[in-house]
Each structure stands twice: as C-alpha cells, then as structure tokens.
Write a protein that binds this ligand. Sequence first.
Ligand code: CA
Length: 440
Amino acid sequence: MSIMPLSRRGRRALQVALGIALLAGIGVPASADARDLSRETLAADDGWAAADGGTTGGAAADDEHVFTVRSRAELVRALDGGSATPKIIRIAGTIDANTDDEGRHLDCADYATDGYSLKKYLAAYDPRTWGSAKPSGPQEEARQASAARQAERVEIAVGANTTIVGLGDDAVLEGASLQVKDVGNVIIRNVELRDAYDCFPVWQPNTGGLGDWKTAYDNLWLRGATHVWIDHVTASDGDHPDADEPTYFGRNFLRHDGLVDITNGSDLVTVSWSRFADHDKAMLVGNSDSATGDRGKLRITLHHNEFESVVQRAPRVRFGQVHVYNNRYVVPEGAHDYRYSWGVGAESAIYAENNAFTTPGHVEAADLVKSWNGSALHQTGTLFNGFPVDLLTINNAYNSGSERDLTADVGWTPALHGRIDSAATADHDVARGAGAGRIR
Ligand code: CA
C-alpha cells in the first residue's frame, strides 16, 4: 500500500472501512493509516525518563499480554491489579470509569450512601454556624462512605512495565484517576484523560480565613513512580469545567484536583507533546515543603506541551530539577481567573528554555511566574505575546514584597533532551501537534 497523506476525513473513512472489514471478519493487514504505538519506547535522549536505562513500558510483553480494551471492566482486567508483568493495553473508543461491572453508568446519586446529601452537608458545616473545625459527624461520615464507593470505581492502578496507548485518534478514558504508585517503567500515550470528577468534595476550613473545597482525583497521579513517559495525552475537565460549578461558603465548589500530579519521590519523568486544557490546577510537582524525601528526586522534563485555559500550576514545582522547554501557553480572552503558570516552590530548580505565552491584555508578564518560597529560576528564550521577555528580571522587579528575589542559578544544566527550537517555532508546532490523536 502506498503511503499517501490523507486528510482527517480521509483517515476517518479509512478507519471506518477497516472497522467494517474487521467486524465482517475479513482479514486486513495492519492499517497503513494508524501507526502502531504498542511497542514504541522512549528515545535515548528524550528527557529525564531516558536516564538510567530509559523507559520501555510494556514493550517486552508477550502476545498474551497485548490487550485491546473497550470498557472499564476490560481495562481493569488487563491491568491485572497493577501487576508488573510486561503488558500493552490499547484503549479503543471511550471508556467510562464510572460504570459498574456490567458497564452501566453510575452517577453521583448511585454512589451516595448512608444518607449523604449535599444540601445537608452544606447545612451541617456552614462556617457561620459550624465554625472552623474540621467537618465531623453523620454527614461527613456519609460523605466519606460515599466517596469510597466512587474511589473504588474510578481509581485505577497502573503497574510496572506497562504501556497504555489509545488506538486511532479517539481513545478516551473518562472519569478515571489513573494512579502509578511506587512502580517504574510506564508509558501512557495518545489517550485523552477526561473529567476526573469528584462527586463528594470535602470542606477544609481554615482558621482565620476562608476555607476551601478539596477534591480527590487527579486525571493521572504519579506518586513514588519512576521512569514514566507521558506523550500525546490530552487532559482536561471535559464538559464539567470547575468555573461552571457554584460557589459554596464563598469558594468555588471544585470538582477536580490535578491533571497530572507528580509527588512522593517520583523521579525520571518525561511529559511530551501533551495538552492540558480547561482546568484550574494542572500539574503539581511535589506536594509539601516538608516532604524533604523529595530532595534529589522529582526530575522531570516537560517539552512541547500545550497549556491552554489553565488557571495555575503549569507546573508548580518543589525540590525537582525540571526542564521546561518548547511549551506553549495560552490564556484565552476573558480568563479573569488566571493566576500564574510557573510556580517556583521550595528548593525547586526549573530550567526553562524557549517557551511561548499568549495572553489577553489584563495578564502581564509579571503574572506568569509566582514564587512559593522558591529561590531560583533559570529562564531564557521566553516569548510573551510574540516579544522576547526575561521573566526572571520581571519577576524580581514586580515581586510582591513577601517574595525573595530569584537567582538565575538553579545548580544544574539539562543534558538529556531533543532539539530545542525557538519559542516561535515551538508555539506553532505544538499548536498543531500536541495532544491525543495527533501522533504522526
Ligand atoms: Ca492531586
């Protein structure tokens, strides 16, 4: 079969035709259209996940451990409780994590138990009557019991030596919180991770001020995870943006936590060509200033990713040596909730090169960086609405007074990376190529 570029519609027609042929039991050779990602491994120099032996995921799987899954039940069966057996899991179409074992959709009312009701919860823990103590008693207990029922469905453990790839250009995992915990060598590519929606946010009061709603789920959570390659993933809140949620107790009733959070001693991670969109807190690296066990870890490379309509944490870093190059940031018109993009946290060592920011007029270059008890930031080649800027100098000139000036010396220089383009070139390429369904 000759290799000809096909239009999106042409590829779709071909996929449909192949799908019909497969359904009809007609033997067809592997599609010339879609590249088979199943056994691909991370290139030898592609960021921190390439260090110390690299990242191969499930490439060594035998034929009995190559699965195509179409439902939560099939996905969970293939993951085998997070076993370390090399395995390749190909997601076909949309998988809804909020389903029972027969595949029936479960909504928040299906999980609610022990008399939980949001109305009663709000009445019980209104700070004006309850005060600033931690919620306790029947409604909080009912919330916890209800939340446990949802967690049992949506928290899905990924084991070592696993590759998860989307088939074609429409693979979606909806409502799930994929969790890579205390294991190594995982690849996740070409899949949309959508709307890890928490039915049962908990109220966290704060003495002397407003509390906050705390939600349970990240679309993908790496904790104690090493050698992880995330590539051409799209992560967003889907049809449930937190901005559309109501305000309770003076605070936005958040339904989502991070898109990809990397915590608890995780190390050697590359996130490439991925798209993070329509979300509040995109990527937390290190979850506490006091988690000093993260020192020397949380080494991460972020390149050719798009952060669009993200309010904050793109990323927020503690402790880690994080190489941030050739990423594209877009703050849309009217995004008045925008807070910052790079959070320079305790002992963080962000090395940023050639990133492009596009923002509306009310966002200033001084807004892009926020120091959270950080001390250093390396940045070069930044473009701000098409113009070169030095975010370090700007940050120090405009810092809030409670922040220390940042120095340019982060104590390391990245060695493992592909070609680093200009910010303008990257901006263009990432707009066309980042996210699920766009591997060529
Ligand atoms: Ca989180």
